[in-house]
Write a protein that binds this ligand. Structure first.
Ligand code: NI
Length: 257
């Protein structure tokens, strides 16, 4: 059930049975020459809604603006400061906690959200740790969809090393499945991208990239080791279902904890 499409009495009734809410988090940034700017938000929302279809959970509006300063050299990217996202997440948590929500599940589609969202959750908990708020502290969990075991196995199997880090064939496949005929008409580059140097992915996990000038110079077409042209809508449907199944299990466990 989408929060935006229900009423306050329905939410009040929901809270009598479940104190958890799913919050998709994405980004608005370039996804290579053939991928939609909103890929991360579309994908996180689609997985959250698919997971909630088989469970009774509320899904909050997607937080679709994110830290992405490294992609500002590409037209269309909008970047929040990490501190802005922290403030937004803190206000979202504070609002919902004041009404009785106790479990916040962030379903993430963008690496650079991880540090900011987790830091905001730490600041949120600190209010109880410091005795500024009483009672049992709520709990937050963040999971990035590509870390779900079924989805991760599937993307490794489908694309191997060409999955890469950004404008990945797996995320573009899911965007194709979600958007159908609304997927942007553009020519995917048939040539594979430059291979990422050994250790690059580990060193830059969570989109820990330097400034936009440097980033564009290093990855001129926006793909970061990802062979985007391998994306297929049928892969996307399978990846979406695998990730939603993983998400469903994780959310069920978390909301019951
Ligand atoms: Ni992405």
């Amino acid at each position: 059930m989408r929060l935006a499409e229900t009423t306050w009495p329905n939410v009040a009734r929901y809270l009598e049975g479940c104190k958890g809410i799913v919050i998709p988090v994405g980004s608005t940034e370039q996804h290579g020459p053939s991928g939609p700017i909103g890929t991360d938000a579309l994908v996180a929302q689609a997985i959250a809604e698919q997971a909630a279809r088989h469970g009774p959970w509320l899904v909050a509006p997607t937080l679709s603006l994110a830290p992405a300063q490294f992609n500002l050299g590409f037209a269309g990217t909008i970047s929040l400061r990490a501190s802005t996202l922290m403030a937004v997440v803190g206000d979202v948590l504070g609002s919902l906690a004041s009404q009785g929500f106790e479990r916040f599940y962030f379903l993430n589609g963008h690496g650079a959200n991880i540090a900011a969202v987790q830091a905001a959750c730490q600041d949120f908990y600190a209010q109880w740790s410091l005795g500024q708020r009483s009672g049992q502290a709520p709990q937050c969990r963040l999971r990035s969809w590509w870390d779900y075991p079924r989805a991760n196995d599937m993307r490794r199997e489908l694309y191997g090393q060409w999955e890469g880090m950004h404008a990945t064939p797996s995320e573009l496949s899911i965007a194709m499945a979600v958007l159908g005929s609304a997927y942007p008409i553009g020519q995917a580059i048939e040539q594979p991208p430059q291979r990422l140097p050994d250790g690059y992915a580990r060193l830059h996990a969570g989109d820990n990239h330097p400034d936009a000038h440097h980033h564009r110079e290093q990855f001129p077409d926006g793909r970061v080791g990802s062979h985007s042209a391998l994306a297929r809508p049928e892969h996307g449907q399978a990846l979406l279902e695998a990730a939603a199944q993983d998400a469903r299990e994780d959310i069920t466990q978390f909301f019951a904890s």
